[in-house]
Each structure stands twice: as C-alpha cells, then as structure tokens.
Design a protein around this ligand. Sequence first.
Ligand SMILES: *[C@@H]1O[C@H](CO)[C@@H](O)[C@H](O)[C@H]1NC(C)=O
Ligand SMILES: *[C@@H]1O[C@H](CO)[C@@H](O)[C@H](O)[C@H]1NC(C)=O
Ligand SMILES: *[C@@H]1O[C@H](CO)[C@@H](O)[C@H](O)[C@H]1NC(C)=O
Ligand SMILES: *[C@@H]1O[C@H](CO)[C@@H](O)[C@H](O)[C@H]1NC(C)=O
Ligand SMILES: *[C@@H]1O[C@H](CO)[C@@H](O)[C@H](O)[C@H]1NC(C)=O
Ligand SMILES: *[C@@H]1O[C@H](CO)[C@@H](O)[C@H](O)[C@H]1NC(C)=O
Length: 312
Amino acid sequence: MTTSTLHLQVLALTIFLVCAAAVTPASAQPWPGCPDKCGDISIPYPFGVGTGCARDPYFELECNRTYSPPRLIVFTHRQHLLNLSLADGEAIALINARRQCYNSTEGLVNETSVDRAVTLVGSTAYRFSAERNRFVALGCPNMGYFVDTDGYYVSGCTSFCRPSSQKLVASSTGCTGEGCCQSRIPTDTIYYAQYIQTFKPGEGDPILRGGTTACRYVFLADAEWFNSGYRGDFNRSDDFAVPVVLDWAIRNVGNCEIAVLNRTDYACRSANSECIDSTNGQGYRCRCSMGYEGNPYLDGGCKGATPKHTYH
Ligand SMILES: *[C@@H]1O[C@H](CO)[C@@H](O)[C@H](O)[C@H]1NC(C)=O
Ligand SMILES: *[C@@H]1O[C@H](CO)[C@@H](O)[C@H](O)[C@H]1NC(C)=O
Ligand SMILES: *[C@@H]1O[C@H](CO)[C@@H](O)[C@H](O)[C@H]1NC(C)=O
Ligand SMILES: *[C@@H]1O[C@H](CO)[C@@H](O)[C@H](O)[C@H]1NC(C)=O
Ligand SMILES: *[C@@H]1O[C@H](CO)[C@@H](O)[C@H](O)[C@H]1NC(C)=O
Ligand SMILES: *[C@@H]1O[C@H](CO)[C@@H](O)[C@H](O)[C@H]1NC(C)=O
C-alpha cells in the first residue's frame, strides 16, 4: 500500500493572524470604563471584558493574559477569538480540526483528543457563518461529515486519492475532491459534531483502490483562508486549529421591527444609527447612518464623519 502525500500550508494562517491584528478601527469603543483591548484585538461594545462591560453574558469575553499574546475567549462557549468586527457583524474563532490516523491495514492508531462537537448551543450572539465557512475533509479515503445535536447528518463530502502512480491533481486545482473536498453548511448552524468515515482499502469499487494517507482530517474553516492557503500540500500528523467565521447579532428578539418596540432593550442606542436584520438566524445588528461613523451600540457613539466636500 502506497501513501499519497498532501500538504497544507499552515504559513497562510500565520499571515492571516498578522493581518487580523494590524487593524484598529475607529469604531472600537468599549462601554465607559471597560478595557478597549485584549492584546492587539479591539473590544467594542456590545462586547466587553469583565462583568458589566458587555450587553449580556453572551457578549462577555475573557482576556487571558497567561498567554502571550493574551487570548480573547468567549465567556459562555469557550471559543478562542482572533478578531471582532462591528461593521460586518463577524468574529473569527480559532477551532481545532479533528484528526484520525491509520496503519497500513486501516486500523485506527491515534486521533485528536479534542471534542467531536463544537457548540454555540444556547448562544444569543453567535452562529457559524454559512456564507463564509466551508466544511472540509482532507486525506483519503475519507467521508467527512457533521451531525446536529440529535445526531442527524447535516453536511459532508468525500475525498479519495488517485493511485499514487498517477500524479496528484490537487495541487493545481485546489480542494476539488481528490485528497480534499469541501461542502457548504446551512444557515442558523450552532453546533457540529465531526466524523471521519473510512473505507476498507482495495475492495469493491475501483475508487477504493487509490492511494491512502496515514492521517485524515475534518474541520469547518473560513473558505477564503482555506482556499487561498491550500496548495494541495498536506503531510502532518499533529493537531492544528483553523480560523472559523462566526456571525454575531443581537438575538433576544426576532428582527428590527420587533426590536424598536422596546426602547429600553433596543441595542441601536446612538442617534444617527439604524437597524439591520440578521441574515443568519434571528436578530439584528446596528450601524451608523450614512455620513456617521463610530459605535452605534453606545449613546452618542455615531459621530459625524469629516466631510469630504463643502457645499455652498
Ligand atoms: C487562562 O488560561 C489558563 C490555561 O488554560 C487557565 O488555567 C486559567 O484559569 C485562565 N485564566 C483565566 C483568568 O481564565
Ligand atoms: C478584523 O477586524 C477588523 C475590524 O474590526 C477588520 O477590518 C479586519 O478585516 C478583520 N480581519 C480579518 C482578517 O478578518
Ligand atoms: C499518529 O499516527 C501517525 C501515523 O501512524 C503518526 O505519524 C503520528 O506521529 C501519530 N501521532 C501521534 C500524536 O501519536
Ligand atoms: C493496525 O491496527 C489494528 C487496530 O489497531 C491492528 O489490529 C492491526 O494489527 C494493525 N496492523 C498493522 C499492520 O500494524
Ligand atoms: C510526508 O511525510 C512522510 C512521513 O513523515 C515522509 O516520508 C514524506 O517524505 C513526506 N512528504 C513530503 C512531500 O514532505
Ligand atoms: C423591554 O426590555 C427590558 C429589558 O430587556 C425588559 O425588562 C422589559 O420587560 C421589556 N419590555 C417589554 C414591554 O417587553
């Protein structure tokens, strides 16, 4: 049995992290008296570090300075955040991939100890972005899929390798099914439990007689990061984490129309702000009106932008 090798360029993640840290938007205002940063990451209200700094417990974050640089952790669901954005309602989390490695007779020899399940269940803030993420299965043979909280199939894909005597095509075409496949996920996803289904080698259908890789992986990942970083190169047996895009919104009410009815609870506090309905799950977000910028979630948060033209 020969082993086809594939390599993923982890370098891309490093570049991604550096870029993510470099931006400090003007809108990153915390609740008065609360920390505005954790390491290089800005923490704008409705997010906050410490009690009384966030809109509700789901927007509460923990800044763990045991790590260098400090780590930003979602208080309720323990996700490690790399970035937060008020403008597009996104947050980027770093989540472990699931790995299983096999010997030459397809016996499972080792696997990641991380939980199969990644959960946001009960969150009134976050959803996994259906628009920005892809579910990925790497290595072969590998039917990667994930299930919901009831254990039912949600999404997945199958990756086989061609016989190693033939050139791997993955490097030139990207993640298209040989050695790597990807699938879209539905909106309103708050949970995924990841599975790797393998096949007995050399039996049955000819597609099962292709090459195999010692290790196989499944994970949800930021499609832009993955598809720009993937070079058909993957050859690792260690654990790794990947960036996953989360969509956040104020979700204690269904949409803007309902939200405006309760002025005490309405999150768009600033004058010159407006409400936009969430496109992933129920809820809404706020933005400063045209010509204003800043933090719409704070009283007086939206400030008149410097006019570019003077009219007479
Ligand atoms: C920071 O992380 C370390 C290691 O995971 C943990 O032991 C510690 O309790 C955390 N500190 C806080 C303040 O959460
Ligand atoms: C990180 O967030 C800032 C806004 O808070 C945004 O401008 C930037 O593009 C984000 N970086 C990534 C890599 O998403
Ligand atoms: C898991 O198994 C693979 C393949 O046999 C091996 O290369 C790798 O070192 C093992 N990893 C761990 C953490 O034991
Ligand atoms: C592969 O692993 C299986 C199960 O762990 C074991 O029964 C089998 O003997 C191993 N085969 C080889 C060739 O090591
Ligand atoms: C992939 O890893 C295997 C086992 O560690 C090694 O023999 C092989 O040379 C590696 N392939 C490449 C292209 O680095
Ligand atoms: C408005 O929101 C506040 C704060 O969440 C809540 O206590 C109150 O019951 C709400 N009022 C109505 C009429 O729903």
